[in-house]
Design a protein around this ligand. Structure first.
Ligand SMILES: Nc1ncnc2c1ncn2[C@@H]1O[C@H](COP(=O)(O)OP(=O)(O)O)[C@@H](O)[C@H]1O
Ligand SMILES: [Mg+2]
Length: 344
């Protein structure tokens, strides 16, 4: 189900469930309305309007796991809530705070979590037509702010978040995760992935001390107001692992990175990939080695992730347009680029 397909009766029932949780957070709070916000691929996002709470709290954002599916991995909204709450409890409010949550009875009754509505817009400049982009100077400021904010996230000691015992996602597992996804793709979408997987394993650098990684860190998953970031959102695939996974991913949405989904036409005004790395390193206080390997991993991951989305679209009979239509024929090339970046 996508959020657009959610039927009114289902939404009403969701509203009743939310109403049951509100008193734990706001004793006099009542649900006035639940309405769809967007339909992500892993979870559904709703806005909840409340009466009986201070005006500043009267709209909250609800993330719901898709009904009918086990709420595991990227669908595990309570796992996202755990991290967001840990960041806020540790006095690092870089994610929306968690107001209440409910485990439901999955898969039929999906879990949900509610967070505060943060001001700001959520735009990925590279993937938008020029008319819908912020001014180029603003794009540049936001991108560099995002690089500094990532360093801030990566500098938080795991113990401050109670994550010192969280399993660390080893680099080999990062490769294998996307290889597993490639294996499920039809021939035309997977390119030379087995060779690339082997090359990535053969050239894997030594891992650095683990940090909290967002997993899909880019301007399209942060909220911005003016030149600044107000919050990092969409923590669906956070993990504890090597910081270079996130910074390499962030640099892939710059004008010069050659992302095949980029909107044709004028550049968006992003800094160069190198400038993003420099801004991040300066805020982090150290230089990171072997970034080319992580740029290769980024392309491998992007090809695999997008391959899954394209496969699902084909299965549902949807015609691809825009960025996704540009991506489909480029997937095998991304795998080849990964090979080149590791010198194969
Ligand atoms: N806490 C929040 N405050 C304000 N807007 C939010 C919040 N969480 C999500 N959104 C909005 O909902 C959209 C989708 O959220 P996101 O978590 O990125 O899910 P997905 O990309 O999987 O649809 C975002 O682009 C943003 O506009
Ligand atoms: Mg998102």
């Amino acid at each position: 189900m996508t959020v657009g397909q959610a039927d009114p009766a289902w939404i009403e029932e969701l509203g009743r469930r939310v109403e049951g949780c509100v008193p734990d957070w706001a004793p006099c709070g009542r649900v006035r309305e639940v309405r769809p916000l967007t339909g992500g691929t892993s979870s559904l996002t709703f806005l909840v309007e409340l009466d009986g709470v201070p005006a500043a709290d009267s709209t909250v954002v609800l993330k719901v796991a898709p009904p009918g599916l086990a709420p595991v991995r990227n669908r595990d909204v309570l796992r996202q809530a755990r991290l967001q709450k840990a960041l806020n409890d540790a006095g690092r409010p870089i994610a929306p705070d968690v107001l209440f949550s409910d485990p439901g009875a999955p898969p039929a009754v999906p879990p949900f979590m509610a967070m505060n509505l943060v001001a700001g817009e959520c735009l990925e400049p590279l993937l938008l037509p020029a008319a819908k982009r912020p001014a180029t100077a603003r794009v540049r400021s936001r991108y560099l702010a995002a690089a500094r904010r990532l360093a801030e996230l990566h500098r938080i000691p795991l113990a401050d978040l109670g994550l010192q015992d969280e399993p660390v996602a080893a680099l080999a597992e990062e490769i294998d995760r996307w290889t597993k996804a490639f294996r499920t793709l039809p021939e035309g979408l997977r390119g030379n992935f087995e060779t690339a997987a082997e090359a990535l394993h053969d050239t894997m650098p030594q891992a650095l001390a683990p940090v909290v990684n967002h997993g899909d860190y880019r301007l399209g998953n942060v909220l911005c107001e003016g030149d600044d970031l107000t919050a990092i959102i969409d923590w669906e695939i956070w993990s504890v692992g090597d910081p270079r996974v996130d910074i390499a991913w962030l640099t892939y949405f710059t004008d010069d990175a050659g992302h095949p989904a980029a909107e044709p036409g004028p550049s968006a005004g992003t800094p160069t990939a190198q400038e993003v790395v420099e801004e991040y390193q300066e805020a982090l206080g150290e230089a990171l080695p072997d970034l080319d390997w992580f740029r290769a991993l980024t392309r491998y991951k992007e090809a695999s992730l997008t391959g899954l989305l394209v496969k699902r679209a084909h299965k549902d009979g949807r015609v691809l347009s825009g960025a996704m239509a540009r991506m489909e024929p480029a997937l095998p090339r991304l795998v080849d680029e990964a090979l080149e970046l590791v010198g194969r």
